[in-house]
Design a protein around this ligand. Structure first.
Ligand code: HEM
Ligand SMILES: *[C@@H]1O[C@H](CO)[C@@H](O)[C@H](O)[C@H]1NC(C)=O
Ligand SMILES: *[C@@H]1O[C@H](CO)[C@@H](O)[C@H](O)[C@H]1NC(C)=O
Length: 497
């Protein structure tokens, strides 16, 4: 829970300042204009608000109980920060899509400093749009098609390293998502030494991201800032080499290096600075790694806990494995598009686990929603998980049931594992590709057992929810389930006929 606490704590100062502004503005208004009323809800104690209530219980219970009492929109205060929480698809759409210009992204300053202030997700408006268009190319279907061999190589080597050992699933999956992130950014042409330098320094940055922002020498935060500087150094060197070679490349780094702002009256627009490029490289790595790794960890758990489903997924994948001559031929993009059941398992895992449980925005003006006032400077939190777990939109919401995605697709704006609107995840297709490929090799080549307790109630926040200890599991090579499946669906033995 600690990183989650820190995340919230970092909002204190900013939130407090804006609250004081708000309070004085309210006084100036003197109540003579009949303003919309604040949403229902309890602000709790002065300053600390309802923070203790939030941390003395599961955050999901905190949100859900208030939703039950107050409805789709309610206010609270967390560590000095006045917040409006939104638990309906309409309200989430209002903030993220239709009125997104009134709600800006908001992160604690310390986190912005750690990732790099030029990373796209901190921005709004023209710069954000420009960066978004840029990253969408190398993360889009055309580029992903060419990335399948790299993703496959990373999945195979992750599983081979894990084979025979008890390890944290989350850690194994983090290595996979890092390698895939690196392949996307550097086009698979980065040498091992560089990759190791990036990996090591990045992991120091990450530890600092989740620690208390205290810049005294020796603290995790201080070390992280130093490591971030070294990361910038490594990235600058890579950029210098590419320029010297005269080949910038068509991978994500190359796209960032070549981009020009729209031409003004002064001729061709400016390139991004090296600092802007580096911040966005680190930003993408950051956005890609723990998210995908925790989703994969939940998938491994759900498959383990549902043996019938595992068997069905195994059969779907065995057919492809067989078509590829027992894995002798590489997976193709077309094959990854044909994994219908596996794809539904991924969607249902994203719904159940809702690893991005909510997001933050900040109102840039007083905004009215259905007669309620959201004051300027207040934080606004669309609660994705509450929507995903609401029986009005997902029948029997606590049941893991991939077939719900077969019967009908979710109603608009009710399924948002990748967010919605201008800041929705541009990496969602890459994340899904990674999951499809990993599942393919896992179920056709291995068996696994889970060590220690695996109850759903034991969840850690790292900062995304993962099963306790990252789900300790022992993997062993066993391709006996990968018996071939004839086109008529009947099984025969390893193609020996
Ligand atoms: C299962 C894995 C993933 C999940 C659940 C996920 C989820 C999300 C969500 C919910 C947002 C929106 C946050 C908000 O509105 O505040 C987001 C943004 C973003 N994601 Fe992902 N993501 C995943 C994987 C990835 C990957 C693999 C990449 C890149 C390779 C990526 C890159 C980004 C970026 C750059 C943004 C910021 C977009 C913007 O601000 O315009 N994500 N992600
Ligand atoms: C970080 O990067 C530097 C290069 O700037 C490298 O010498 C170092 O080994 C890397 N790893 C760590 C843990 O600092
Ligand atoms: C199983 O693995 C063994 C050794 O790695 C290999 O010889 C055999 O062809 C594989 N069988 C299938 C069905 O992939």
């Amino acid at each position: 829970m600690a990183p989650f606490v820190i995340l919230i704590m970092c909002f204190i100062s900013l939130a407090f300042v804006s609250y004081v502004h708000y309070a004085s503005r309210q006084r100036r208004r003197g109540g003579h204009e009949k303003a919309a009323k604040l949403p229902p809800g309890s602000m709790g104690w002065p300053y600390i608000g309802e923070t203790l209530q939030l941390y003395s219980q599961n955050p999901n219970v905190f949100f859900a109980s208030r939703q039950k009492r107050y409805g789709e929109i309610f206010k609270t205060r967390l560590l000095g920060c006045p917040c409006v929480m939104l638990a309906s698809p309409e309200a989430a759409r209002f903030v993220l899509v239709t009125q997104s210009h009134l709600f800006k992204p908001t992160y604690p300053r310390s986190k912005e400093r750690m990732i790099g202030p030029w990373a796209l997700f901190f921005h709004q408006g023209d710069y954000h749009l420009r960066l978004r268009r840029l990253v969408q190319g190398p993360l889009g279907p055309y580029a992903l098609r060419a990335l399948v061999p790299d993703v496959e190589a990373a999945a195979r080597s992750t599983l081979a390293d894990w084979d025979g050992n008890v390890a944290s699933t989350f850690h194994a999956m983090k290595r996979l998502s890092f390698d895939v992130g690196v392949a996307t950014i550097f086009g698979g042409q980065l040498d091992e030494r560089r990759k190791a330098e990036l990996r090591q320094n990045y992991s120091v940055v990450e530890k600092g991201y989740n620690s208390f922002p205290n810049s005294f020498p020796g603290t995790l935060y201080y070390k992280a800032i130093q490591a971030r500087r070294r990361l910038h150094g490594v990235l600058s060197e890579i950029m210098r080499e590419r320029r010297a070679r005269g080949e910038l490349g068509s991978d994500l780094l190359g796209c960032l290096m070549q981009s020009r702002a729209p031409a003004g009256d002064g001729g061709a627009g400016a390139l991004l600075t090296d600092e802007q490029v580096a911040d966005n490289v680190i930003g993408v790595l950051f956005a890609a790694q723990d998210t995908t790794a925790s989703a994969l960890t939940w998938i491994v758990k759900y498959l383990h806990d549902n043996p019938k489903l595992l068997e069905a997924v195994g059969a779907e994948q065995a057919a492809i494995h067989h078509a590829n001559h027992g894995g002798a031929r590489p997976l193709t993009w077309a094959q990854t598009r044909s994994m219908a059941l596996t794809h539904r398992v991924i969607l249902e895992s994203l719904r159940m686990a809702s690893i991005i449980s909510f997001t933050f925005r900040e109102a840039v003006a007083d905004v009215e929603y259905k007669g309620f006032l959201i004051p300027k400077g207040w934080k606004v939190m669309p609660l994705f998980r509450n929507i995903h777990h609401n029986a009005d939109y997902f029948q029997d919401p606590h049941k893991f049931d991939p077939s719900r995605f077969e019967v009908s697709s979710p109603r608009p704006n009710t399924f948002m594992p990748f967010g919605n609107g201008v800041h929705a995840c541009p990496g969602n297709e890459l994340a899904k590709l990674e999951m499809l490929v990993l599942i393919h090799h896992l179920v056709t080549g291995y068996r696994w057992e889970i060590h220690g307790c695996s109850g759903d109630e034991v969840v850690e926040y790292s900062p995304f929810p993962v099963p306790k200890n990252g789900l300790l599991a022992k993997l062993r090579r066993d391709n006996s389930t990968a018996v071939s499946v004839d086109t008529d669906g009947s099984r025969n033995n390893n193609g020996v006929n």
